[in-house]
Write a protein that binds this ligand. Sequence first.
Ligand SMILES: Nc1ncnc2c1ncn2[C@@H]1O[C@H](COP(=O)(O)OP(=O)(O)OP(=O)(O)O)[C@@H](O)[C@H]1O
Length: 202
Amino acid sequence: MGDHKLEIRGLRTRHGTCARVPLDLELRSGERLWVHGPSGSGKTALLHALGGLDEAESGEVLFDGESATSVRLRRELSSFVLQEPALIDHWSIRRNLRSACGDAHPEAEALLRSWGVPVDGTHPRQLSGGERQRVSVAIAIARGMPLVIADEPTSSLDRLNRDAVLDAFQSLPESSIVLVCSHDPVWDGWATRRLDLAEVSP
Ligand SMILES: Nc1ncnc2c1ncn2[C@@H]1O[C@H](COP(=O)(O)OP(=O)(O)OP(=O)(O)O)[C@@H](O)[C@H]1O
């Protein structure tokens, strides 16, 4: 628990708007950042650089003083919802949940049940794109990490299912810092901070 801090200092990503304009931003526990902007503006590039999934051109990202590229940050402190959910296809959903969430897998299963996503005896390839997306979201939420980064977590969902996922993001602990990129303006109501990449200029 405790108070966490994400510091983005002069970050230049390899692609998109922040490749041209360095980004400086500081977020603390309880803050929810909605990153938006047109297709190709660099939302994914930015989130990947923030989560240490992609190398930055320059600048640094620190979480509680530790570099975003550290293995510990990725394994023990953060969860990432990728635009294309990374599930292991030849494992059942339950095994995927156990592997990704450890002891917290019952929480992920409970979330998926509440969303009507089948868990028992199912493999990722038997699920729809929207169901796989919710598996990925349930993993990120159940892991209970202090930093959660989600790339278009509701892009494949209808309104009802989108709202259910939004509720889950709303129930994340106050101690966490959460970043979501999405085209859907519904995230505006969830956010406490906003970053419009269309408005970022030198
Ligand atoms: N590996 C790459 N090599 C070259 N260009 C890339 C690479 N990855 C992304 N880009 C380019 O960088 C820009 C930003 O891409 P990015 O996927 O971050 O945009 P986005 O805002 O997330 O778009 P969308 O809303 O369509 O998902 C795009 O113009 C894209 O073509």
